[in-house]
Write a protein that binds this ligand. Structure first.
Ligand SMILES: [Zn+2]
Length: 691
């Protein structure tokens, strides 16, 4: 037993005790051991298998390639079809292979992918088969969570993701996918959502209707005091470059906040994004940075696949085809054909998008100085596996392989780490003959050989809305470049987070992440229209903040945001979404703040606990601080935690004092009233005509 496993057992024991105590108090039936296991595993870093293994190298850049649903089987299916069983995929097979690239360090291993909560009930339990949301959250945040969670933990608390941490480190960032950009794998890098379907302020619609009540937890919506939907948070997170599908969701309209009443497309443009939908424009992009980030959404939903759909056949039909193939040199079998709708025909294959992202991030000033973090997802390996669509799945694996090959041709593996892995295993199996128990697609591979791809995991009929399911097998992870050998052996998905953070030198432990908010600050300004804004900076260890504004003369809280206006148990996504490394504004209407009055503003990072307290007198000015547009910077004074606590106590006492006076007055009034009543009664009684 190594020290790590001892540590885990001790941790499990400690947590078992705590959980046991909690159980006695709250849950009568469940087993303490089971609960403790989940409690331990779902802590930040709690599921690591190699926690004590340091980074094996330092990289300036990391490119993380994810084949969604790309298990060993899916890789082999694509290789067999495209190049024959003895062939080689040009990108995927070279990563991790010593001598196949210029990399001096390589690594290949496998990792576990289980989740710590069931997706629909969201109850805490070890769940062997993960979805893309829980698995993406695992490598994005280092925290295991429940299926359906987008970078929030089992308690619905946001966990800082790799893209935010890379930004906090001064790096350029990119997020590229063939799925809708709101889909789970890209979403884990751009947002924190208790439900993966909370695509926009109007739910998962094209903006002509609103199903947010079904798709989102109410607490998360801006109008209820939450941090906003996935699309709105994408705009807040502000990666330098985001490419993918899902533009119909940007027709939705913001329901609250600074851009209420405007579509997300309008919001993107007003916020300085280079927003575009025409794939032909991709090649002409010249920059992607924080002043002018790129948001290219090339299809209404997921991007069309490279190959047209093939149909998986029942046993008898597939067997007849296979027998005919034996007679005619496999001519009777299915050959995949190119889809005319594929955006690779218009310059936006996954390889094209990856190439452009690498160019722009390398050219970006932050990228040049500090490097970049880029995630690239080939999404529809999974989606076509669900559909038992062998050709669709193969074309998508090919698209991802070409994207990896493109990256290999562009980057310097002495300062760039490339990792290729997946989020969960899937259905497809290579079988020797059409199976009796499921569906089979008999393919004629490009080398002319027969390839039978089998699908058999749907729990209902495919013709009746059925879908092949994810599977729970461990996955391949391969890497080339500095730090690559940390993927060797058996690791967990959450270890991938620590491999990337440690190799890039990003904050990774909870205390390191919290410390990113150490220099947090708040300033206050008054616009020419009389409205006040608090500008938050450097809350980089937080995804969200709470705040309160107190009139110091009365002790009254005149504005605040902490809990949400609704409470169904997901208060973790309440608060103000932090715009990582940017200024996060909190607006106060002109009638909230009265000139001449003094206010105390408390802003608290909801993850780091960092608290900034400022006192200011509304209307006070330093003329030197007036800007050209008439905005006045209001002088503020720092209030220490001790001072703030003392002030709160004094105000509470004052309020109590007022309350005592009020009570005394009330008592006097009641006494007076009862006397009056008595007098009245007496009067009535003495009048003698009551009965
Ligand atoms: Zn899936």
């Amino acid at each position: 037993m190594n020290t790590n496993s001892i540590r885990r057992k001790v941790m499990a024991g400690v947590t078992a005790f705590i959980a046991g105590a909690t159980l006695i108090a709250s849950v009568p039936a469940a087993s303490a051991t089971e609960t403790a296991d989940v409690q331990t595993l779902s802590q930040h870093g709690g599921a690591q298998r190699i926690a004590n293994t340091p980074a094996s190298g330092k990289a300036k850049n990391v490119i993380l390639f994810i084949g969604d649903g790309m298990g060993d089987s899916e890789i082999t299916v694509a290789r067999d079809y495209l190049y024959g069983p003895g062939g080689t995929l040009n990108g995927i097979d070279k990563i991790g292979q010593p001598g196949a690239t210029s990399a001096t360090e390589t690594g290949v291993g496998q990792y576990t992918t289980y989740a710590t909560g069931d997706g629909s009930s969201r109850t805490n339990q070890v769940t062997a088969v993960t979805d893309s949301a829980a698995s993406g959250s695992a490598w994005a945040t280092g925290t295991k969570t429940y299926n359906n969670a987008v970078s929030v933990d089992n308690s619905f608390t946001p966990q800082m993701n790799l893209l935010e941490l890379a930004k906090a480190n001064g790096k350029a960032t990119g997020n590229v996918t063939t799925a809708e950009v709101q889909d789970a794998t890209p979403a884990v890098m751009e947002s924190h959502s208790t439900q993966r379907s909370c695509y926009g302020p109007q739910g998962k619609t094209d903006g002509s209707s609103d199903d947010s009540a079904a798709r989102c937890d109410a607490e998360q919506l801006l109008q209820n005091g939450g941090i906003g939907s996935i699309s709105e948070q994408l705009l807040d997170t502000r990666a330098d470059i985001t490419l993918g599908g899902g533009n119909k969701y940007f027709n939705q309209t913001a329901q609250a906040g600074e851009w209420a009443g405007k579509t997300l497309k309008e919001q993107a443009t007003e916020r300085g994004y280079q927003y575009f939908e025409d794939p032909a424009q991709l090649s002409s992009l010249t920059e992607a940075n924080q002043d002018s980030p790129v948001l290219g959404l090339f299809s209404s939903g997921n991007m069309p696949t490279q190959y047209n759909e093939s149909k998986a056949l029942d046993h008898d039909t597939a067997e007849q085809m296979a027998l005919a193939g034996q007679q005619d040199g496999n001519q009777s079998l299915v050959s995949c054909t190119t889809n005319s709708e594929w955006l690779g025909n218009k310059g936006a294959s996954l390889a094209d998008m990856t190439s452009k992202a690498i160019d722009l991030l390398s050219d970006n000033q932050n990228g040049q100085s500090n490097g970049y973090f880029l995630q690239v997802e080939g999404a529809s390996i999974d989606k076509q596996d669900h559909n038992a669509n062998a050709c669709g799945q193969i074309g998508e694996t090919d698209d991802l392989d070409k994207a990896v090959a493109t990256a290999l041709s562009k980057v310097d593996l002495s300062d760039t780490l490339i990792i290729v892995t997946a989020d969960h295993a899937h259905t497809s199996q290579i079988v020797s003959w059409p199976s009796y128990y499921g569906l089979t697609t008999p393919l004629r591979a490009k080398d002319g050989s027969a390839l039978y791809v089998f699908y058999g995991t749907s729990s209902s009929q495919m013709d009746n809305g059925g879908s092949m399911s994810h599977t729970g097998t461990q996955l391949r992870i391969a890497a080339s470049g500095p730090g690559a050998s940390r993927v060797d052996g058996l690791t967990d998905q959450t270890d991938n987070f620590f491999t990337i953070t440690k190799t890039l030198g990003l904050a990774s432990s909870t205390s390191e992440i919290n410390a990113l908010s150490d220099n947090a600050d708040v300033s206050v300004e008054k616009a020419s229209d009389g409205a006040y804004t608090a500008d938050l900076t450097a809350f980089n260890g937080d995804a969200s903040v709470s705040y309160s504004l107190v009139d110091t003369a009365t002790g009254q809280t005149v504005a605040s945001q902490d809990g949400c206006t609704v409470d169904n148990g997901h208060q973790g996504v309440c608060g103000v979404r932090v715009r990582t490394t940017q200024t996060t504004p909190i607006s106060f209407s002109a009638d909230t703040i009265k000139d001449g009055s003094t206010y105390r503003l408390t802003v608290k990072g909801k993850q780091s606990g960092k608290q900034v307290v400022k006192e200011f007198t509304a209307g006070a000015t330093n003329s030197a601080d007036t800007t050209a547009d008439g905005t006045i910077e209001i002088p503020t004074t720092d209030v220490t935690e001790a001072q703030a606590a003392a002030a709160e106590q004094k105000e509470a006492l004052a309020k109590t004092g007022i309350a005592i006076i009020m009570l005394a007055l009330l008592a006097a009034v009641i006494a007076g009233a009862s006397c009056a009543v008595r007098r009245l009664r007496n009067g009535v009684e003495t009048s003698g005509d009551g009965e």
